[in-house]
Design a protein around this ligand. Structure first.
Ligand SMILES: [Zn+2]
Length: 269
């Protein structure tokens, strides 16, 4: 079977990797899988969570430091920053970023890629653009074109992040937070029924690593979020136990008694 296992994760902003997938990154890094994170922007258009926070440096520099803090904590092998303008990815001609992602996929040769699904978690325009870029790059990387970007590479499995509807309901209960405000307008989180979730990664063994990764993104932690509180117990929150995905390309490996796959690399090891 395959000798070196590689996972490439493609997101839009620093912190996109933290809340929904930090445990997955930490779990695979701890198993010796090479984990690469591609982040398209530096989140410089986002708001600072605490209005009282005084910035000592430009927001893009702070957010890059926070992202690197989180990735070091997860054990990520390398962070690849594409440097696009936060909030503007939807108007970037896609051939540029898609070529760069194709180049990285052909260079890193991952068996598994993970990115946003078509919901973009809550429809953030950058998330939707990155979903398109990642999906196109996974397809094009395998084709006999753009050979200046390296020899073709076929990704075996491509996963989309996918919140369970029950998780969205719990978020509403705990945080009174069922949507993200963008320009004052609520963008609701998108949840999927359990039967549509194909893959559940158990992350309770790395829950504290996930929490520390979230804490690295201090400028993005709103006061209503409990994560900075010393008595916050990850064991009480379901998304510190399991992270959920939908397989978008490839074949599911062995399924558990609930009909779910529990390993991105199932069938590839
Ligand atoms: Zn984001």
């Amino acid at each position: 079977m395959t000798e070196k296992l590689t996972l490439v994760v493609i997101f839009a902003h620093p912190d996109d990797e933290a809340f929904g997938t930090g445990g997955t990154l930490a779990k695979y890094a701890s198993e010796g899988v090479e984990v690469h994170l591609i982040t398209a922007t530096l989140g410089e258009a986002g708001q600072v969570a605490e209005a009282t926070m005084t910035l000592q440096q430009p927001l893009n520099i702070l957010r890059e430091q926070e992202l690197r803090c989180a990735c070091q904590n997860y054990g990520v092998t390398a962070v690849h920053l594409l440097g696009y303008i936060d909030g503007q990815t939807a108007i970037v001609p896609p051939s540029g970023p898609v070529y760069r992602i194709v180049q990285l996929l052909r260079q890193l040769k991952p068996q598994v890629v993970m990115s946003f699904g078509p919901d973009g978690v809550y429809g953030h325009f950058d998330h939707l653009a990155i979903h398109r870029w990642a999906s196109a790059a996974v397809e094009l990387a395998a084709e006999n074109k753009w050979l200046t970007a390296g020899p073709p590479h076929e990704v075996a499995k491509f996963y989309h992040t996918a919140l369970r509807q029950s998780q969205v309901d719990t978020m509403k209960e705990i945080f009174q937070r069922g949507a993200v405000l963008m320009d004052g307008v609520p963008f609701p989180f998108v949840g999927y029924p359990d039967e549509q979730i194909t893959t559940i990664i158990e992350v309770k063994d790395v829950a504290n690593i996930k929490l520390n990764g979230i804490r690295c993104h201090a400028s993005q932690l709103e006061p209503t979020m409990p994560y900075l509180s010393a008595d916050f117990d990850p064991a009480t929150v379901p998304w510190f136990q399991q992270e959920t995905y939908i397989l978008a390309k490839g074949t599911l490996g062995i399924l558990d008694s609930n009909g779910k796959e529990n390993d991105f690399f199932a069938g590839l090891r």
